[in-house]
Design a protein around this ligand. Sequence first.
Ligand code: GLA
Length: 370
Amino acid sequence: MREMEQRASRAYTKKFGAEPEVVASAPGRVNLIGEHTDYNGGFVLPCAIDRRIAVAVGTGEGGLYSTDFDETRQVGEKDSSWADYPRGVAWAMDEAGYGVGAFRAAFAGDVPPGSGLSSSAAIEAATALALDALSGLGTSRKNLAVLCQRAENEYVGVGSGIMDQYASLLCEAGAALLVDCRSLEAQSVPLDLEDAGLALVVCDTRVERGLADTGYNDRRAACERAARELGVKELRDATEESLGLLSGEELKRARHVVSENARVLEAVEALEDSKFDEFGRLMYASHASLRDDYEVSTRELDAFVEISEEHGARGARLTGAGFGGCAIALVAEGKTAALAKACAEVFAGRGFEEPVFYEFVPSAGAEVAL
Ligand code: GLA
């Protein structure tokens, strides 16, 4: 068992006085490219990170215990806390007729919350996989991801797409995951950064946000309006030529989505040919589009991308929903510390929060450990 899985397991035993029946864990993710495309039926290219949330579960009463917050919450009532994610998953599984009985659970994790690394998808995916194993259901990963998304959309109340749950449940170590968010087909794309002498640096700007409090749902609504105006089912179906029919906010949002979908497919080709310069160029273009057309960047995210470019990063961009959270850069191995130092100095000079840096390796998706 991984350390995090052992922590969850020990916490379960301490809290409930019995051994857990199942232990599972699921990772957070960074998205390499393909932002705000998932809920438009488009393409995304995330990879799982080596930060996970583990859950130990068993049948019976006792509630949901978090080692990180050191608190117990009841399975039943929605209360706008972390516990809404596991509750929502149990709810979605019940709604789908999977008949999850009474359960109790202990959680432990190291995915930084509120920073855009999908701690919410990690806790959902870990819970779904654990409850599935507890009841011996054998549900496919894809179906579990859809149930987790339903939990987030209908129980928690965020209109998020399928990307994060797919990444957490389906990614493989050493690879990114290309997802067609309409057909829900997914395919691993090799991402051997070490071989290419590159590192994936993540800058957490420490501007925290929960999606429910941001303009996320507004962006989604604008995309739906744009699709209606264009007479297409989703912006996935819009073409560059048709964008001339739009104006104002709808034009900008749609222009991002159409160009971003094209960039994802180009990025996959670049990765398959190990053309990291091309891949990086697409990352920069994605950031510019998110900043200027989708308008979800912040001064901090823009600063990190600019400093990365000055330091010779192959590519850099905000990752996740934006409005704060994290940005990523692809840099030559051994250059992370210099970039982090330069960035911290600029942030301090501008009065921004002190950023936190991580170097992640593309890691395995959710797993049952016991
Ligand atoms: C959040 C959502 C995802 C996706 C991204 C933006 O992470 O949960 O579904 O929409 O934002 O790409």
